[in-house]
Ligand binder design. Structure first.
Ligand code: AMP
Ligand code: ZN
Ligand code: FE
Ligand code: FE
Length: 283
């Protein structure tokens, strides 16, 4: 039997992907995936629509990619199979999403004042779910200032600490790991060594996260070169963490296709067995 293909990190129009949740599950099956996790930024809002149109043979894992911080360094935490109605986690996610709106508005208004033609009204329309910089980037593409969403992430536009960048509200990562566990979910540190996105945390921080209950590290990711992957595999072995791989698919907002990197079936099984907050959904 062929090895199941498992992609544990994707984005839909419920955040800053360009594929609707129902298109995403269809595309995932067409791409030969057996298991796909929907992990929109700070929300599980896309899960019901994905579940409603789940193709036969595809398993859907509910999740979110949560905006976190550790000692001043921004990082992303993948949370799987938590109960979306658990009130403490739900309130924290709600707060993250609503403060993102104010932050996106500040970036858009500054761009508007600079005469770029970008407006908050346009950005707000482009965002059909959790608003993020890729929506601002799309508005910059529309106005002809940059050729692609990727190009807008340069320092002269909305790159981290760039000219029109505004900081984002974030949750303390150790608290977030505990909140997700309290909602019956499991956590994996997303792209821990993605240097192109700014500062990354050190091994001591990952050890503290492991101590708090982190289950794994996302090692096979487009933003990691071979050296970073070797290093992370070593750290995972040392700390007893699982190792995952995933595409971090964003539709046409990024070039990476679904299933570009995958997670081993035994790793997925070990994650699933630790989660009690939500059921996996099978089409
Ligand atoms: P935000 O969470 O609003 O700060 O926006 C960050 C999001 O933008 C992340 O989901 C990234 O996937 C995406 N992103 C970061 N850097 C780039 C880039 N260079 N090109 C395209 N998307 C990016
Ligand atoms: Zn994103
Ligand atoms: Fe991320
Ligand atoms: Fe992501």
């Amino acid at each position: 039997m062929p090895v199941p293909r498992i992609d544990l990190h994707t984005h839909s129009t419920a955040s800053d992907g360009t594929t609707t949740p129902d298109e995403l599950v269809r595309e995932a099956r067409a791409a030969g995936l057996d298991v796909v996790a929907l992990t929109d930024h700070d929300t599980t809002a896309g899960v019901p629509a994905a579940a409603a149109t789940l193709p036969v043979g595809l398993t859907l894992v509910s999740g979110a990619e949560i905006s976190c911080v550790h000692e001043g360094v921004s990082l992303h935490l993948l949370a799987y199979l938590f109960d979306p109605d658990e009130p403490h986690l739900a309130a924290a996610l709600d707060e993250l999403r609503s403060s993102r709106v104010g932050r996106a508005e500040r970036m858009a208004r500054r761009l508007e004042e600079a005469g770029t033609g970008v407006t908050w009204e346009r950005v707000r329309t482009l965002a059909t779910g959790t608003v993020g910089r890729p929506h601002v980037a799309q508005a910059l593409v529309e106005q002809g200032h940059v050729g692609s969403v990727d190009e807008a992430f340069r320092d002269d536009w909305i790159g981290t600490h760039g000219r029109f960048w505004e900081p984002k509200p974030e949750l303390d990562v150790l608290r977030c790991i505990e909140l997700v566990a309290g909602a019956g979910g499991v956590t994996v540190f997303a792209h821990p060594a993605a240097v192109t996105r700014g500062r990354t945390v050190d091994a001591a921080a990952v050890a503290a996260m492991a101590e708090a209950g982190l289950a794994g590290l996302e090692v096979d990711h487009v933003d990691h070169d071979d050296r970073a992957r070797r290093c992370l595999r070593g750290l995972a072995a040392e700390l007893g963490l699982l190792v995952t791989g995933s595409s971090d698919f964003h539709g046409s907002n990024k070039e990476i296709p679904l299933g570009a990197h995958t997670t081993a079936p035994e790793v997925w099984a070990a994650l699933a067995v630790r989660a009690t907050g939500a059921q996996v959904l099978t089409g």
